[in-house]
Design a protein around this ligand. Structure first.
Ligand SMILES: [Zn+2]
Ligand SMILES: [Zn+2]
Length: 138
């Protein structure tokens, strides 16, 4: 069943968000930056236009993890909630694992696998891209 609305929260619950409709995209990123930012070997991201993402509670602190990228996290517990790349605006990415029903949205492919840790074995049969996935309309 596909929900018309998704919601999510940080670890402490101070930050809550709502997404209208389903994400346009969902994927795993293996880049070092996502790894260090999350403390996990890779991160599953969902992508939605800014206009469909609403912060319904709490405050985010922003951090520029590179000149083009802003990462935002809960000011209380530090859970990463948003990733915004200058070139991807007005789209933003959010960690699928912060959804209240993360089982509803499954990643469809892997990106930045050139940076994948050698002890991460991918056996899910999903497409792998060494860098980024080529744009759908390209
Ligand atoms: Zn929190
Ligand atoms: Zn990444």
């Amino acid at each position: 069943m596909s929900r018309t609305e998704l919601s999510g929260r940080c670890l402490c619950g101070a930050v809550q968000y709502r997404i209208t409709g389903q994400p346009d995209d969902a994927f795993y990123c293996h880049c070092e930056s996502c790894r260090r930012s999350s403390g996990a070997p890779f991160v599953a991201w969902g992508r939605v236009p800014q206009t469909r993402f609403e912060l319904t509670q709490g405050a985010l602190s922003k951090f520029a993890s590179s000149p083009d990228v802003t990462r935002s996290r809960c000011t209380g517990c530090g859970t990463e909630i948003l990733y915004q790349h200058k070139d991807c605006l007005p789209d933003l990415d959010f960690p699928l694992a912060t959804l209240n029903n993360p089982e509803d949205v499954a990643p469809a492919y892997h990106v930045r696998t050139v940076e994948k840790l050698p002890w991460v074995q991918l056996g899910d049969g999903l497409p792998k891209y060494e860098a980024w996935r080529p744009k759908k309309d390209a």
